[in-house]
Structures are given as structure tokens and as C-alpha cells.
Design a protein around this ligand. Sequence first.
Ligand SMILES: Nc1ncnc2c1ncn2[C@@H]1O[C@H](COP(=O)(O)OP(=O)(O)OP(=O)(O)O)[C@@H](O)[C@H]1O
Length: 373
Amino acid sequence: MHIDQLKLKNYRNYGQLTLSFQNRVNVILGENAQGKTNLMEAIYVLAMSKSHRTSRDKELIRWDQAFAKVEGHLTNRNGPLHMEVVFSNQGKKVKLNHIEKKRLSDYIGSCNIVMFAPEDLTLVKGSPQIRRRFLDMEMGQIHPIYLYHLSQYHKVLKQRNQWLKNVQQKKVKADPAMLEVMTDQLLQSAAHVITKRYAFLEKLQSWAEPIHLEISRGKEKLEVIYAPSCHVSEEMDLSTMMIALKEEFSRVEERELQRGTTLIGPHRDDLTFIVNERNIQTYGSQGQQRTTALSLKLAEIELIKEKTGEYPILLLDDVLSELDDYRQTHLLNTIKGKVQTFVTTTSVDGIDHEMLREAETFYVEEGSIQQKG
Ligand SMILES: Nc1ncnc2c1ncn2[C@@H]1O[C@H](COP(=O)(O)OP(=O)(O)OP(=O)(O)O)[C@@H](O)[C@H]1O
């Protein structure tokens, strides 16, 4: 799958912009703060209908403008595809082949994207939130139904948390029947989310392990493990998981009423990365963490290919220079000739790879772009 043309209107620091891309590698060159990441973000937004770096859609609209529009002509295995996202005061609208889609899950998944940005290098050591976000974003693309269960979960979680808070502040009575209704609703979506996460991780692991072994020159065995916030396990099917969750919720009920919030569930779950049987969150070197992040991204690319039948578009935002020569070469060799790739960098000096020499180059300066073949 690839993007042939991207059009932006009032997006971040771009007024109006139309760019045509090469099927393979496109290099976006420019000084700091000129709009390189904004361009990558726009491609991400086109695919996912939201930004990878902010949840506030308003930030995407160019200052003092009423709306922002990202539009793309793409080609996938079924032929040409037109995608469009508009942000305005009335919220967000998405269109697929010029037809508005009311449900985002009917839109997301039409264009698969893998983004590798400096933030991803904190995937291992950063907060659990970063790892959950990684799971949610990646899974949402290949299993739109996952997004449905996840949004149901968050909807009920919000209500349940509000109610628990009201009880804690003695604004409402702790009615056990009320709590049970909300808990039952919550654990149903929770069970869907958790079983799907387990299944996804098993697949991801099967791709990431050999990739990681290769990048570490045969020295490191990577395991990615789901770390749930309560006693559930991979072997449980959906109904067993619901029964287990019910027990877990009754176990923490009193504490939840005291604390005024939901203490267990997918919003508290995490991932653990083990290399050669050691947890690298605690013991990993910087290099091991980088290699892990890279292995996971490369695994995702293969996973998407396996699931959808075609390679995703790859966005490498300012990360090539963060990797050493060996990892850079490994990354570029892996994607060579098969994945449409966008690379941003302030300079190509330190990156010596035939792929970049053959690439289309775009120079970004203060929200305007010049193309050089
Ligand atoms: N909504 C907006 N409207 C107008 N300009 C914006 C908006 N949001 C961000 N900008 C501007 O975009 C620029 C940042 O662009 P971007 O993040 O793409 O930088 P970059 O080229 O990737 O730089 P770096 O190499 O430092 O990451 C800043 O000058 C910022 O002021």
C-alpha cells in the first residue's frame, strides 16, 4: 500500500500543500521546527484519524483558522483509494472514497501505518501508559472490533469511576446493585480487550523474537509478556475470563469504594519485556531498549502484512540518527523494495545507504516544501 498524493489545508504550520510521493523512499529534510514532524503526523492522521502525539485535535488546526483538512490519494491491493479527515469546531469528519463514515472503525484500517518516532525509544522504560497506547494503536489498525470494545470499556470505566468518586465523597449511597450492574458491563468489555491483547501479543512475539535475535547478532532472546493488573491468564477463553474478572472485582471492591476509583482492568495492565530471561525495564541497557523498540516495529510491519496481505506505510520520524550503523543498515535492508517509507532527518550526512541515495528528497522550510528528484 502506498500514498501517491497528500494534500493539506491549514494543517499545523502548513497553509496549503500538495505533494506527490514515490512508491518507495521519501526523505523529508529540514532544520528543526520547520514542519517535518507535522508532515509525518499528517500522514499518520490520514490513516488513523488522530495524531500520534496529541489527543487534542484542535492543536492540528493552523493557528487562527477554522478548520484543518488532510486528504490523500492512495493505492492499495484493491486499487485507488481516497481518504480525507477534516477537523473543525464541529469535531472531526472522515471520508472514504468521498463518502462520510460515521463510525471511525469503518475508516481506520483502510490504510495501515507503522510509525517509528523518538517517543518509541521510551517504549521499554517509559510509563505503562506508553505501552498501552502502543498496543491500542497497533491493534486498532488490524482489528477494528478491538477499538469498539476498547471504547465501550472506557465509556463504562468513566461512569464507574465517577460513581465511585461520588460514593467516596458521600454524594451518593454505595448501592451494591448499582455497582454490580456497572461492574458486569465493565468486565464484559474488559474480557474482550484482554483476550484480544493476549492473542495479538502472541503473534507479535512470534515475529519479534527472530527479528530481535538477528539485530542482536544472535545474542538476545526477546519475550514480550502481558502483565495484567489482576489474576487472569492467556489460557482463559472469553467466558472463563469474565468469571475470573468477576471474582477479581469482588476481591477489590472494598478498596475501590475507599479509593473512589477502578483499581484493576485493561487500563491498569502493562507489558513486560524480557531479554535472556531478564526484565530489561529494570536491567536493560539503552542499546537493548532501542533494539527492542526496533524489533517490535519491524515485527508490526510483518504482522500487518500477514493480516492484511500488504505491507503498511512506514514513517521514520527522526529515528535513523538515533540508531547505530548496524541497526540503521538492518532496518533499511529489511524494508528495502517492499515498504513505502518516509524518513525525516535534519541531515543525511551520517546515513550511508543506497536506499537514501535513490530516494526522493523534500526540503522543508517554515511550512513550505520543495521537491528535488
Ligand atoms: N497549530 C499550529 N499552527 C501553526 N503552526 C504550528 C501549529 N502547531 C505547530 N506549529 C509549528 O510547527 C513547527 C514545528 O514543526 P515540527 O514539529 O514539524 O518540527 P520539525 O521540523 O519536525 O522539527 P524537529 O527537527 O525539531 O523535530 C513549530 O514552528 C510550531 O510553532
